[in-house]
Design a protein around this ligand. Sequence first.
Ligand SMILES: [Zn+2]
Length: 98
Amino acid sequence: MGRHYTEEEELQGYLNSIIERIEDETALGITKLFIKKGMKALSDKQKYVFKTKVLDAFLIKECHNCGIPISDYEEMEYILDNGICSSCQYDWDKNYQD
Ligand SMILES: [Zn+2]
């Protein structure tokens, strides 16, 4: 109960939930290794691929529509699904409701 997750564990959980979006086979393999064993299991070369092909692509820093900074993984996943953040989606829905 109330277990505290480390940053790495949270990142592992996030990547695990979006893993089917990673199409590059090398990046996918490295991501699976990271989820299983953590950053310390990756070689320098793997870390580089992990950063450029996984983190840069899937760690979303801000909503490209409104520019709001994104820090939680739920919202990142939301943007991957919808292309915009939940508050942009809310405004969109409000404007086009009637
Ligand atoms: Zn937005």
